[in-house]
Design a protein around this ligand. Structure first.
Ligand code: SF4
Ligand code: SF4
Length: 434
């Protein structure tokens, strides 16, 4: 009985919060010129203006949730380009998220989503073991290149045959790195918590090692709470408000136990989630405000706190451009810091590409559920990268790296994508500073 009442209350809250946003919409249509999904389809239902109208009709009871309505609501990257350009200050992506959460209160959560978000994400070992098995198979049995015969099986799992997956880690970063890494030199400057995120833990372990090496090399103690779980972004984006709430509360409570001076992340979505989205899910308190105030993207933290002497940086002789992840530039307002780090590295020829801050189409799980559209959006990014005439595309988000590298390989393009922190760590290692 109580559960039913709370679901009803939850549904009303979601509609109320959506209404607070869409009521500000003047229907001016400016979002039509910036929305990446609208640019591909030209469908009014897929742009912010159309979604606001859709939400209004749902709230007034004039529109039922049909498959067509649900599909329209799912056609959104949460790239925040519309809100960044909206003259009325509407955040249409919040309308979209509230509608997705509302639909779950009406229809329940899909069995597979419930299994992943409410069971698997809470039990680390099956995921770690599963990744290790796939990682070994990738190396021993079939490799990851375009001639990989196992590609023919991808469609069985809902993946496009031409898709290029990154290599998973045989050993997760959290199993390779200690929970507490002391500073390598000098007295301890501060105690820094590191939220590795799932991708930093299971795929891009070199990023996790680079974060720890750079920070400990410059006098910081790094703590990786080993019981940390997913930050909740893919969960909330897929309509599971309650699952995301549990994960956010769990990670907040866990990190509170460690007496940390700051918390760093090397994933734009984890950063946005721990700085901002958590406020929707965890009750406001002085502790929450203190927590969100001490979360930093690793590039932001380094630019604010570490000064590199010229002799500490080794030469990286590459032409490099930078792609702004949506959840970094619009989600957190971090734009200059990664560029400044790259420009400081000797040998780097930094070249700004066109449309550096437009969405690459990855958008977390969107590039799994809407692969063909996400690749069409990414084709524009690949063209801008090629036009910039560079060797490397630096960025700060695992799904951007994954998606850009996938499509660059499909275009047989010479460039690859890497994290800024990896490039910086390579430079410091080359000079034997860390
Ligand atoms: S969301 Fe903003 S930009 Fe789009 S139609 Fe409404 S007011 Fe105009
Ligand atoms: S968040 Fe991005 S994809 Fe979604 S409606 Fe706005 S501009 Fe379009």
């Amino acid at each position: 009985m109580n559960a039913k009442i709370s679901q009803k209350q939850l549904a009303e809250d979601h509609l109320l919060e959506a209404a607070k946003e869409f009521q500000k919409c003047m229907q001016c249509g400016k979002c039509r010129s910036v929305c990446p999904v609208f640019k591909e389809f030209g469908n009014e239902l897929f742009v912010a203006r159309g979604k606001n109208k859709l939400a209004e009709k749902i709230v007034s009871g004039d529109l039922q949730i049909t498959q067509r309505v649900e599909d329209a609501i799912n056609e959104c990257l949460n790239c925040k380009t519309c809100s960044a350009n909206c003259p009325a200050g509407v955040s249409p992506e919040h309308v979209v998220l509230r509608l997705r959460w509302y639909i779950t209160t009406q229809k329940g959560l899909h069995f597979f989503k419930a299994l992943i978000f409410r069971q698997l994400l809470w039990r680390k070992w099956p995921i770690t073991l599963g990744c290790a098995v796939v990682a070994i198979a990738q190396r021993v049995l079939f490799g990851i290149g375009p001639k990989n015969p196992v590609r023919h099986l991808f469609p069985l799992f809902g993946f496009a045959k031409r898709r290029n997956f990154p290599e998973l880690a045989i050993r997760s970063a959290q199993s390779q790195l200690p929970e507490v890494s002391p500073p390598k030199k000098g007295p301890r400057k501060a105690r820094i918590g590191y939220f590795t995120g799932c991708a930093g833990n299971l795929i891009y372990t070199n990023v996790a090692k680079s974060v720890v090496d750079v920070l400990t090399g410059y006098g910081y103690e790094v703590v990786i709470p080993k019981k940390q779980k997913c930050n909740g972004t893919p969960v909330l984006a897929n309509g599971d408000y309650e699952g995301a709430k549990k994960l956010m509360q769990y990670n907040f409570d866990l990190f509170q136990k460690y007496d940390l001076d700051a918390i760093v992340v090397a994933c734009s979505s984890c950063g946005m989630s721990l700085k901002k989205e958590i406020k929707v899910f965890v009750d406001d308190s002085p502790e929450l405000r203190e927590f969100t105030g001490k979360v930093f993207d690793i590039n932001e933290f380094i630019e604010k706190n570490i000064e590199f002497k010229p002799e500490e940086l080794g030469r990286i002789p590459y032409k490099i451009t930078y792609h702004d992840p949506c959840h970094m530039v619009r989600g957190q307002g971090v734009k200059d810091q990664p560029r400044e780090i790259l420009k400081r590295i000797p040998g780097v020829e930094f070249k700004e590409m066109k449309n550096a801050d437009t969405c690459c189409g990855s958008a977390g799980s969107y590039c799994i559920t809407h692969y063909e559209t996400s690749i069409k959006i990414n084709n524009h990014k690949v063209k801008d990268i090629q036009d910039a005439d560079v060797d490397l595309v630096a960025t700060a988000c695992p799904t951007c790296v994954m998606h850009i590298n996938d499509n660059l390989a499909q275009h047989e393009s010479k460039e690859t994508s890497k994290f800024v922190i990896e490039i910086l760590a390579d430079s410091l290692r080359a000079a034997k500073t860390i």
